[in-house]
Design a protein around this ligand. Structure first.
Ligand code: SF4
Length: 371
């Protein structure tokens, strides 16, 4: 073993020791049950820890094994996921659960290659499950690991660049004590989450400060090197809460594509030269063949969705005409629901925010009472 390899191994052991004393007490860390590790890894993608823990506990209470997920209705799966966004993750969990139940007796495989063949499990998640659940010596690289290693080793190219990504994975492997993959991988991620923070790193509390090249050179804030910022695409969307005879119209989106199988209020993109209200009227005709009356603005909700920055213009509306039976062109089914039942259906985040805003509104109540 070279001096550098010895130093790296010693750094890795220090990180593990630090993690043993400072790692957060998280539900899936109590027994490292592979099923729990899998669900936590999927849930925590794009989700804050505190929020992820709450969703995790509710999920595990309801679905105690992968086979419980496999046998649940899609509606129930989406309801337990609602609010976390990126709903394809929930659908992939159910697809994987069905495979696990049918082919693996409900057990989670420990081989990263096999894990990668399952729906919704990419290289990162496969490595995380194999190492955290089974202590297999596979390095895990997420944004926290990239930042810690870019600083420790003064890496001067963006971590997502192919050759840099490879180098970071190799460095992680060289630091990892072979018999402590579980604790080592979590140690680096935890250091990134608690100490080696992007904007305010707490270097004085860092167990490897004396090994950190970026700290030594006083260039901590220059590492990692950022990649070119992604350009966000602004889009304007209109949607309308159609109320008739004390009920609200909702429709279920198609089984594939964006927000598959979620419920929504009809609407769509505002086209050039249109106002949001005009877009709403057009979209209702195109999607349901309903003509609208009594349109009134409610609010504009802004939210992000992948590379889009959406301005969702929300309206109340009523029916112009006597028939309340739509002809569906953009949905698989529809319902006229009472307001107290809206919570039983899974909606995309923007529509859920809208429901929260109107729930107590006098105008909403007035329209529901209107005959
Ligand atoms: Fe990160 Fe500071 Fe530790 Fe370097 S010394 S790894 S910058 S926390």
């Amino acid at each position: 073993m070279s001096n550098q390899e010895r130093t790296n191994q010693e750094t890795g052991r220090r990180l593990v020791e630090w993690f043993t004393r400072n790692g957060r007490d998280l539900p899936w860390r109590r027994d490292y049950e592979p099923y729990h590790v899998w669900i936590s890894e999927i849930m925590l993608q794009q989700t804050q820890m505190e929020r992820g823990v709450a969703y995790f506990s509710r999920w595990i209470d309801r679905f105690t094994t992968p086979c419980d997920i496999a046998h649940a209705s899609e509606e129930e799966i989406l309801n337990h996921w609602e609010g976390l966004g990126y709903y394809s993750r929930a659908m992939n969990i159910q697809k994987t659960a069905r495979i696990l139940c049918e082919r693996y007796d409900g057990r989670i495989p420990d081989d990263p290659e096999v894990l990668r063949s399952l729906p919704g499990i990419g290289p990162y998640t496969a490595a995380a499950i194999a190492s955290i659940a089974y202590n297999r010596p596979v390095p895990v690289v997420d944004a926290n690991v990239e930042r810690v290693l870019a600083r420790l080793f003064d890496i001067d190219t963006p971590p997502k660049q192919v050759d840099t990504a490879r180098r970071i994975t190799e460095l992680a492997a060289s630091l990892m004590p072979q018999d402590q993959a579980r604790d080592f991988n979590q140690a680096v991620m935890e250091l990134g989450a608690l100490v080696c923070l992007p904007k305010k790193p707490r270097c004085s509390a860092c167990p490897v400060m004396d090994r950190c090249r970026a700290y030594e050179l006083d260039i901590v804030f220059e590492r990692p090197v950022p990649r070119k910022a992604a350009a966000y695409i602004p889009i304007e969307v209109a949607t309308g809460v159609l109320i008739h005879d004390g009920r609200i119209f909702i429709q279920k989106r198609p089984a594939s594509g964006v927000w598959a199988n979620l419920w929504e209020f009809p609407g769509g993109s505002v086209e050039e030269g249109e106002t949001a209200a005009q877009a709403l009227e057009r979209e209702y005709v195109e999607e349901t063949e309903f003509h609208l009356a009594d349109i009134m603005p409610i609010t504009t909700i802004r939210h992000g969705y992948t590379k889009y920055r959406v301005s969702l213009h929300c309206f109340y509306c009523g029916l112009n005409g006597s028939s309340s039976t739509p002809v569906l062109h953009a949905a698989q089914e529809y319902l006229w629901v009472r307001p107290e039942h809206l919570g039983e259906y899974a909606f995309p985040a923007g529509h859920r925010k809208l429901i929260e805003q109107i729930r107590e509104s006098p105008e909403f109540t007035r329209r529901l009472k209107q005959k």
